[in-house]
Design a protein around this ligand. Structure first.
Ligand SMILES: *Cc1c(COP(=O)(O)O)cnc(C)c1O
Length: 403
């Protein structure tokens, strides 16, 4: 295992960005290796899988540049690990996050490409964000005032994207009153509009309506002379299912990490995504139960015959979902073992069976590419959670190892 973090952070220092600032998110740096006598769970990140997935997305996206969504600690894989792999890639035009602290953290770990904050920014954070070359999103009626004050305080024009609401009703300027807002903003010389974007509801029929709204209002603004920068709308779902939404950039998240966004069966036929991480732990106890012995809180499992079980020191506080009991299986060696009893904060127990086929210290893979039943999508479906939750709930404090 090789570590690329040192070089990567040296890059950040060289451009004068490696300093603490606006509530940079707690995150765990990439480690070189996991010592074989340690029992803390960990996450392995596979750069070749990330690169492969980016290639697949680029192909599906007809070669459009990719604005990589790395929110929520890069979908659980880690800002540091993911940033170091994606930043140098030609297909990657930049990064997008939803928290100001995440934007700053990405710079601090060494990302050099453009970073878009797809959220409200606090005026008190504005100068720090701008100093770190974070592109802001504008979405409110007072956007021009906010830009005027910020540009005055930093002494140069501000780079930002216009965020339009075409039907999500979550963030953005509602499209039906966006036209004068856009043309006014586009006429300011203290603002450089780098892009204009929207988010889909991912309801198939309505997505087309949303795209029509976006295309109509941006078209009108452009005809009125507004420079709107690059248009972008498609998340992973759009990359797969809405070719007309590719626009100037595509903006996927989950597919980069190897998760199929909406309809895995159909999507597998369109692209081969590789899960780019493994959630792992080492067996910390192996024990034979006697008939009548029970397992864990609530005694939801009682042995009816002599049965071997194994304990893994990883639980729901690490991100392994409690719903996995009786539904999920865990790979140890070449075998899958069912999760029994209950998942506690820091422990999960599997039924090994009649033979003692598992030893203390064996490496278990809870989610990863190594067996079809434990890929993020199949695991999520089996246990009844969303594939987004499987990835994004992985505890940011777990050590990340870059393979
Ligand atoms: C999360 C997010 C994305 C990426 O979505 P995926 O489904 O993970 O591809 C794109 N755009 C916005 C605004 C988002 O919040």
């Amino acid at each position: 295992m090789r570590i690329s973090r040192r070089n990567f952070v040296a890059g950040a220092a060289a451009i004068g960005l490696a300093r603490p600032s606006v509530g940079a998110a707690a995150h765990t740096a990439v480690q070189a290796t996991i010592h074989s006598d340690r029992f803390d769970p960990w996450i392995e990140v596979d750069p070749s899988a990330l690169r492969h997935n980016v290639g697949e997305i680029a192909r599906l996206g007809g070669g459009r540049p990719i604005l990589a969504v790395v929110k929520n600690n890069a979908y659980g894989l880690g800002f540091d690990a993911v940033g170091s792999v994606l930043d140098p890639m030609e297909e990657i035009a930049g990064f997008a996050v939803v928290k100001a602290s995440a934007a700053i953290t990405l710079r601090q770990v060494g990302v050099r490409k453009p970073i878009l904050l797809m959220a409200m920014f606090a005026e008190s954070d504005g100068p720090d964000l701008v100093t770190h070359e974070i592109q802001l999103s504008l979405c409110t009626d007072d956007a021009a005032d906010r830009i005027r004050r910020l540009a005055a305080s930093v002494g140069h024009p501000i780079a930002a994207h216009l965020y339009l609401d075409t039907g999500m009703s979550r963030m953005g300027m509602p499209y039906h009153r966006a036209l004068p807002w856009m043309t006014t903003l586009a006429s300011r010389d203290d603002l450089r509009i780098a892009g204009t974007f929207m988010a889909f509801t991912e309801e198939t029929a309505f997505d087309h309506e949303q795209l029509d709204r976006f295309t109509a209002v941006t078209g009108e603004a452009r005809r009125a002379g507004a420079n709107l920068g690059q248009l972008h709308a498609a998340s992973s779902n759009g990359v797969f299912h809405l070719p007309e939404a590719r626009l100037d950039l595509v903006r996927p998240g989950i597919a980069i990490y190897g998760g199929y966004p909406s309809r895995p069966e159909e999507e597998r036929a369109m692209a081969t995504l590789r899960p780019a991480f493994r959630l792992r732990a080492r067996v910390s106890r192996v024990q034979q139960l006697r008939p009548g012995d029970s397992v864990s809180y609530g005694r939801r499992y009682v042995a009816d015959r002599p049965t071997w079980i194994a304990t893994l020191p990883i639980g729901h506080s690490d991100g392994y979902p409690g719903q996995a009991v009786n539904r999920g299986r865990i790979l140890i060696g070449d075998n899958l073992y069912p999760v029994i009893g209950s998942v506690s904060a820091s422990h999960t127990i599997v039924e090994v069976g009649d033979e003692r086929s598992v030893q203390v210290g064996d490496v278990a893979t809870l989610v990863g590419p190594d067996h079809p039943d434990i890929t993020p999508n199949t695991f999520a479906d089996a246990v009844g959670v969303s594939v987004y939750d499987v990835m994004m709930h992985m505890n940011p404090g777990l050590p990340r190892v870059l393979l």
